[in-house]
Every structure is written in structure tokens, then in C-alpha cells.
Design a protein around this ligand. Sequence first.
Ligand SMILES: [Zn+2]
Length: 94
Amino acid sequence: MSDGKVTVSLTGEEWKLVSALRGIPPSLLREKTMAAVEALVDYAREPKCSEMQADGVPCETVTALCEQCLHVTWLVDSLRQRTLEARKQIGASN
Ligand SMILES: [Zn+2]
């Protein structure tokens, strides 16, 4: 790994994501997208939401249905929906 590269086996779904990230041209938007994806993955893996849940236990998993996790899930869904709608509009104008 002296050249900074790693050899891994990916599922089709994982490869689709990695390939899409690689396809973003070098730009500020690419840097910000990479940082946002990394932050989102970190959050989803281990939320550690600041607010205690109804049972008094801090949220440590996105399956806990805590308010903050639900809000983040809504934001991700909203972003995805907006992206799909923007693609439709661009496709419709071409
Ligand atoms: Zn949470």
C-alpha cells in the first residue's frame, strides 16, 4: 500500500458508489461531496445523537428511530428527491 492504493473486493452496490465518486471531476464540489459522504457515513455508522431518547439512553444506532436520526434520514431523502427532480427537468429541456 505504499502508493496509497488498496485492493478490495466490492459488492455491485459498493462499486456503483465508488465508481460514481470517482467520476466526479476534480473540483471544489468534488471535495465537498467526498467530505459530505464521509461525514454521512460516519454519522450513520455511529450517530451518537446528543439528545437522550425517550428511554433515557443516548442514541447510538440509526435504527433507534430517534428524532435527530429521523431528521437526518429525511434530509437525505429530500436531497435524493431533489436530485431526481432536477435530473428530470434537465432531461425534459434537452
Ligand atoms: Zn439518533
